[in-house]
Design a protein around this ligand. Sequence first.
Ligand code: PLP
Length: 341
Amino acid sequence: MKLKRGFASDNNAGIHPDILSAIAGANDGHCIAYGDDPYTAQATRKFKETFGDDIDVYMMFTGTAANVLGLSAIVRPYQAVICSDIAHLNVDECGALEAVGGIKLLTVPAPDGKIVPGQLGRFLAALGDEHHSQPKAISVTETTEVGTVYTQDELLSLSEFAHTNGLFVHMDGARLANAASSLGVGLKSLTKEAGVDVLSFGGTKNGMMLGEAVLFFDRELSKDFKYIRKQGMQLFSKMRYVSAQFTAYLSEDLCLLNARHANRMAKLLASRLEAFRGIEIAHPVEANGVFAVFPEKYLDAAKKEYFFYTWDPMGPVVRLMTSWNTTEGDIDSFMAALKNA
Ligand SMILES: Cc1ncc(COP(=O)(O)O)c(C=O)c1O
């Protein structure tokens, strides 16, 4: 079956060949299940090389689980998490944090995807008042849901605000590699060195078959996490196959190289779209997402040949994502479909 590559989601892309061969390479002999295996030990060492020695790492299947369980480790049900109104956590996880963690979300408007400390002071008034959920963490998404990128300075100002006020910082890093690659920095500089306490680290959207990880940069915070993960139904028996993928993903900069390619393709796609009269780029293209306003005739023409998401159900903004295996030819074909309009 020959399938065409489109721009609906980086989740729609296949598996990078190095990851596939890492899975095949782990497929020999028997290993102790549930993570007590040499592949998981090796991946954990890789994580420590990348993010620092004094961390704890837990493999997960999905990004939603990484967010929900990671936050459940640091926030109690009478407490709350502050995030942007467009955070995946808030709009795309079907209320999982509320349902599974029993944790309230407090949202702030973020037209460009980012939250800033100046928006957060009002939540502090609730601290100590038993009538209100107690803010306990800020969750940021890197890259943001609209493809923008928090710089290290922006993250540092948020984490300084958080820590000064007794809050933790959680990062939904489903596309952290795209952000790091966009800024030309390492993964550690946007996380541990930016004051992040707990990270959901994504692999699936950037060349892995499946797998995310929760990283704790303060090991005190993870002391109960093995129970939280098991109760949260994410302790999978054949962990070696996710771990082997992470070893390959973190080796020889594969994750940054994949992200760099995807980001470059997004810039190219955006510049080609801008050449069409009436198409406007809605957000700065800083990573692998292109958000564009499509006049109806282009929308109709593109939809005839491609599946993609309309970002704003009430408006004409579409979300186009590039991935590690997007080619210039894929962009040419998309442009040809638009030209038919
Ligand atoms: C920013 C962000 N966070 C988390 C997730 C959750 O990933 P999953 O679908 O694996 O639960 C996604 C998936 O699209 C995402 O875009």
